[in-house]
Design a protein around this ligand. Sequence first.
Ligand SMILES: O=C(O)c1ccc[n+]([C@@H]2O[C@H](COP(=O)([O-])O)[C@@H](O)[C@H]2O)c1
Ligand SMILES: Cc1cc2nc[nH]c2cc1C
Length: 337
Amino acid sequence: MTLFPTLASLRAAACHPPQGDAAAAAAAEARQAVLTKPPGSLGRLEELVAWLARWQRRPAPRLQRVQVLVFAGNHGVTAQGVSPYPAAVTAQMADNFAAGGGAINALAAASGAALRVVPLRLDCPTADFTTAPAMTEAEFLDAVQQGGAAVPEGCDLLCLGEMGIGNTTAGAALAAALFGGTGWAGRGTGLDAAGVARKEAVVRAALARHAAALDDPLEVARRLGGFELAAILGATLAARRRGVPVLLDGFTATAAVAPLALLAPDGLEHAQAAHLSAEAGHRRLLTALDMTPLLDLGLRLGEASGAALAVPLLRAALACHAGMASFAEAGVAGRAA
Ligand SMILES: O=C(O)c1ccc[n+]([C@@H]2O[C@H](COP(=O)([O-])O)[C@@H](O)[C@H]2O)c1
Ligand SMILES: Cc1cc2nc[nH]c2cc1C
């Protein structure tokens, strides 16, 4: 089924996201209150259980089926020398993932999550967005659709990440267009200072080329994004519809979904930033989106690595919620007053 056949239907879905289940969240919170601990003492773990309950629409949330999706795409803007690695590495890494040899293969297995890698036209990069829109409308919608279609039925949690040489330049261009200012370009896979300055100039040139169209977040995603970024946007929208909470990976994945927060103020409420990437602009991007990352481990890999790493944290939060005794069950005295 085509989820968003036209740009208008995609816009309507993004502007009116379905709500979570407030009663399920309240029931999860009420249980926290009777468990043998001072109220709120499990801090963010308690909030995470209520968040899972709200977006799974279940008072007792579960994490039986966790799916990691890694979308891969290529970028015409690599012609501008914005990455130290050749574009061919995108397909080579997709093959490496298929053979089980990537970090994400190890991390997904360690987190008890299924992994699927979705290559998107790797032999056909986006257009160089310093000279033309990265994607046509049809290409953009197709990538969004592929992302949405990759969200499995009956999934309890989705971890979203990407692989695409050059895509931190796309992420920086998106962030600059959506939130303004300069300095969004970072080292990516390992640029030196001169490379970062070149990347910043490329972002500036892209914004100048598309200046007339940058007040529409979806146009920003089409003109400055990429296939894998559009797919992450589509998967995030589809997850909202299907009651699946989302863990976002690093800078590029966060930039990919940022248009959803501008199209609806609560558009990313079903998503958590799994970690703070070492990529320069990520902290600023998360601040702009009012998101607090779960982990800060100095990662700058992408490929959903940070998202997979946050899954055990959610499992631990649920284990406390489901497994702890109540004050009454354990015969522990509650607060004196
Ligand atoms: O998302 C991040 O935080 C992130 C930070 C640095 C690098 N990456 C990964 O590195 C690739 C993009 O880097 P680059 O230098 O080619 O733009 C792409 O495959 C991403 O998965 C990702
Ligand atoms: C080797 C390599 C692995 C990656 N994984 C995600 N992005 C990547 C970029 C490179 C270059």
